[in-house]
Design a protein around this ligand. Sequence first.
Ligand SMILES: Nc1nc2c(ncn2[C@@H]2O[C@H](COP(=O)(O)OP(=O)(O)OP(=O)(O)O)[C@@H](O)[C@H]2O)c(=O)[nH]1
Ligand SMILES: [Mg+2]
Length: 540
Amino acid sequence: MDLLKRKLEDIIKISSAYAFDDIKKLAESALKNYDKKSQISIFVCGRFKSGKSSFINSILKTDILPTGVIPVTGVITTLSYSSNEEFIVHFYDGKFIKVERNNLFEYITEEKNPSNTKNVEYVEIKIPFDKSLKDILFIDTPGFEYSSVHSQITSSLISEVELAIVCISFDSPLSENDIKLINQLKKYTPSISVVITKVDLINLDDRKKVINFIKNKLNDISIFEYSTKDDTIRQSLIENLLLPIVRQKDELKNNVILHKVDSIENYLISCLKTLIEIKTKEKNEIEKFKESFSKLLSRFESFKKDIRVIASNDYIQLRETILNIFLSYTHIHREFNEEIYNKLYSSSNLLNMSQNYEKTFKIILSKRISDIIEIERFRIIKILEKENSKIYDMCGDFVSETINEANRILNTKIPFILLEKPEVKLDIPKLKIFSAFDIHIELLWFIIPTFIKQFKKYIIKRIINNIDFEVEKNLTRTAMEISQSLKNSIDENINFLIGEIENRLNTIKQIYLNKDIDIEKIQKDINFLEQKGKTHHLPS
Ligand SMILES: Nc1nc2c(ncn2[C@@H]2O[C@H](COP(=O)(O)OP(=O)(O)OP(=O)(O)O)[C@@H](O)[C@H]2O)c(=O)[nH]1
Ligand SMILES: [Mg+2]
């Protein structure tokens, strides 16, 4: 692989000498990806007390994750390798704080952070552990009875996991919910394994029976046994489940890079060959080309406008889709009407009632809308990805047509290699709930210490009747804010791709402008690049 790295460095050097900026950029980005060690995510899930946190602790030979006999893990917690310990708590509103190791439980555990009242999105733990596992990011999750399965697996952390491990304790083997979870996970990850935990607590005969029972129910899933008390079992699970995934990923990544380097190299060689061809052409032929090429460039100007118009039209549709997604939740007010009713009924006077309403409503609705965003995050990202792909394809088509046209005019063979694909970024904005309690303005002049039962009921009814409107208003506002983030992300995407196209067209321009470079030097560079398996360095 070092050879590949050197090849990329050579490509950067040669392409700079000819001002082929896009080739240089392509090679630089391939080099950056080469150095960036990609992480493998393993999502550990299952029923509560199935031994998920103990399993991760045991694999990593640490006791950092809280474990116990009552439901313990309250929020998603990730563990990754770092030579220096670091602990970061990420909140739903996008903020994060660094904490000390001994404060971690304040955020992770159900006991210290009941029902996640601290609004933690996830806790990130970075610690040193077995180096052979250092490319793995472990994701520990609350038992799924304590957080809806759906909201866990649609969390952004699971949009790309290489492996999901479902922990099942031998003493409660395989419920309907486990099977449901496994079926849902299939949508998100190419690989799922079941780990049967705590096998030290059972005799060998029963152990076989349990495994056979589970194997029969899940015939397409690999099953492993585990015990935190037995290091041989630990070693075997690392060897047979975790390390193969690390190796597989490395191999896949190397193949992708190999392919990329080859195509960049071929592109550079073709450009250099074209450069030689151009030098043998008649002057007037080149003048003619320059004229046609400037027409192609003016086409690019109108393409830039067109693509923005198309994106704005799509945005109208997209905003509608997001709005419909959120408005499909308007019924949620039915779930908390009763809770609000009780809260209001226990209020001593009208002022107290209006304050109670504002507070309760804000807390309940914030939580529900945060949940909805989590549930829908995956779908929203898919909508964004779809639009970005469409724009990417249009830009690719435009460049490929332009290059074809240039090749046709001058009878050359500059290849088209794919444009760099921008990353899909989506920053979901900080959630703001507006209770804008219009009724309380009306109520202000009713501030009386006690009031008649009938009257109280009437007021409460009026408030409750207003809730569906408030819910709809807040859902709409959330949808609009999310749509705006999508729009920003799409605009960023367009700007990036336009920049890519500009670079690509500049390289073509350079091919026709580089008239002073002597043919011998170009041929020398071509020969150098075409040598297979070279180990020496670039000729000066
Ligand atoms: N004997 C034995 N006990 C285990 C093993 N793994 C876990 N336990 C015990 O099982 C209990 C539950 O373990 P946890 O790791 O907290 O389970 P969990 O799935 O993370 O639980 P929640 O986070 O609450 O959903 C603890 O009391 C552990 O000590 C094991 O391999 N052998
Ligand atoms: Mg746990």
